[in-house]
Design a binder for this molecule. Structure first.
Ligand code: BGC
Length: 266
């Protein structure tokens, strides 16, 4: 199986760090021109664009808050201005604002839903409009366009102390599947990736030191994930190698969603 994303343009939201940055790198290595979206950190986003260009790839960094409609429209405009088309959207931006539900502020509830769910809707909507405007281009890809939603094992696993986050990811699952049902006929492929515990800034506390030992008990495959584990899945889902995969969630979680607490009990 040879994977090439040559001539394709990918937009990755929330790509200045973590899974987004790993995905942008992977897509660029596979030959795609990459738009690195960031919200508040221009320096790492620009540095990643420079790194990709130094390795012979094409990349630009573009600011946008994915929860704001006007920002998202401008982000897609900037993508077209730079590279003339769009083939792949990785709707990755996400954040946590953790609290027991009894103490959770409405602001923290809204912030997480706005970025993790509304942001994915706004970006998917713009991508669908662009794919429809472009139409099929079989020389570039069998699919007219590809959308990859970054979900989480918590679209499935309830998470005490993180009701806003789990609700947002549960929402992403039905958002993705509803869109997939809607646009399959247009040969637009829509899928999700559900990462488990991947060592990134979002969960540094849980993946380092003593906490890491406790976390490993939740991972049957007995290692904490790395960004590249998710990036490889993104590249595959973006490529024609997965052309018959549509409307599904790929769990990249070392088995976390196998409910390992039931191994010796239940
Ligand atoms: C969260 C991480 C967490 C992981 C597994 C992810 O979606 O962002 O903080 O470690 O799920 O629980």
């Amino acid at each position: 199986m040879h994977i090439s994303l040559d001539k394709q343009v990918a937009l990755v939201t929330g790509a200045s760090s973590g899974l987004g940055a790993a995905a942008a790198r992977g897509l660029a290595e596979a030959g795609a021109a990459v738009v690195i979206n960031y919200n508040s950190q221009p320096e790492p986003a620009e540095a990643l664009a420079e790194e990709i260009k130094a390795n012979g790839g094409q990349a630009i960094a573009v600011a946008a808050d994915v929860s704001k409609e006007e920002d998202v429209l401008q982000l897609f405009e900037a993508t077209l201005q730079a590279f003339g088309r769009l083939d792949i959207l990785v709707a990755n931006s996400g954040l946590q604002r953790d609290a027991a539900t009894v103490d959770m502020t409405l602001a923290d509830w809204n912030k997480v839903l706005d970025v993790n769910l509304t942001g994915q809707f706004l970006c998917a909507r713009s991508a669908l409009r662009q794919f429809a405007a472009q139409g099929p281009c079989p020389d570039i890809s069998r699919a007219t366009g590809k959308i990859i939603h970054m979900s989480s094992v918590h679209q499935l696993i309830p998470w005490a102390g993180h009701a806003n986050y789990a609700a947002s990811k549960g929402g992403v699952d039905l958002l993705m599947r509803s869109i997939a049902q809607e646009v399959g006929e247009q040969k637009i492929r829509v899928n999700s990736i559900a990462p488990g515990a991947i060592a990134t800034a979002i969960n540094r506390k849980a993946t380092e030191g003593d906490a890491a030992q406790a976390l490993l008990k939740l991972i049957p495959y007995a290692r904490i994930g790395e960004g590249v584990d998710v990036a490889n899945a993104v590249v595959w889902l973006a490529s024609d190698a997965s052309d018959y995969v549509h409307g599904t969630t790929l769990f990249v979680d070392g088995g976390m969603s196998l409910y390992p607490g039931f191994k010796d009990n239940g």
